[in-house]
Design a protein around this ligand. Structure first.
Ligand SMILES: C[S@@+](CC[C@H](N)C(=O)[O-])C[C@H]1O[C@@H](n2cnc3c(N)ncnc32)[C@H](O)[C@@H]1O
Length: 186
């Protein structure tokens, strides 16, 4: 999974949004929020070349499910190798279809939804609906983990979730905000 493959897809597809895959510093910052002590259901929106997915597979217990939803065909081809892992379910689809995808994967809810898709490219309506839909598919203690290169997701996340925290990772091109959003007392 080379950076060159990533850049080729970046040039062809505006929805790829960042010029390089996320750094290991950002991956660790986002993924430290996950409790790996038992099998988990994790949905990843926009895995790209799979830098987060690869890290998650190193930590997730057997019996976990990692459901990858990637729109870009070039990235899906790259991710196919990772999908040989029995914990991985790969969908060439849009994050907007998460509820149907989760059902197809045999699950009602997810423990975590991890997202790197460029929310700023979505219309207000689509962004709001995707945040709502994500909240709906999260289990009682579910978390929505989002990384974005500027702080435009804090307000909409706070509007739809009870509790939101924000961190900043400088060691990434570009630097990124990392959010954790959850509901309380579900
Ligand atoms: C900024 S890149 C992040 C890639 C990878 N997660 C990383 O951190 O290196 C955004 C990714 O989201 C994908 N994407 C954009 N919109 C999407 C959507 N609506 N549904 C699924 N994937 C989407 C792009 O194809 C791309 O792989």
């Amino acid at each position: 999974m080379s950076t060159i493959d990533y850049i080729k897809n970046f040039i062809r597809d505006k929805d790829v949004a960042s010029i390089t895959p996320s750094s290991s510093f950002l991956v660790k910052r986002v993924c430290k929020k996950i409790d790996y002590s038992e099998p988990r259901v994790i949905v990843e929106y926009g895995p790209g070349t799979g830098v987060f997915s690869e890290y998650l597979l190193q930590h997730l217990k057997p019996g976990s499910k990692l459901i990858l939803i990637e729109k870009n065909e070039g990235f899906v081809e790259i991710l196919e190798e990772m999908a040989e892992d029995p914990r991985v379910l790969l969908y060439q689809d849009s994050a907007e279809n998460v509820a149907d995808i989760l059902k197809d994967a045999g699950e009602d809810v997810a423990d975590y939804v991890l997202s790197g898709i460029p929310f700023s490219f979505l219309s207000d309506e689509v962004r709001t609906e995707l945040i709502r839909e994500t909240r709906r598919v999260l289990g009682p203690d579910g978390r929505f983990l989002v990384y974005q290169n500027y702080n435009h997701m804090e307000k909409p996340l706070r509007e739809h979730f009870d509790h939101v925290t924000k961190e900043y990772e400088l060691l990434n091109i570009p630097p990124m905000y990392a959010y954790e959003a959850m509901m309380l007392d579900r």
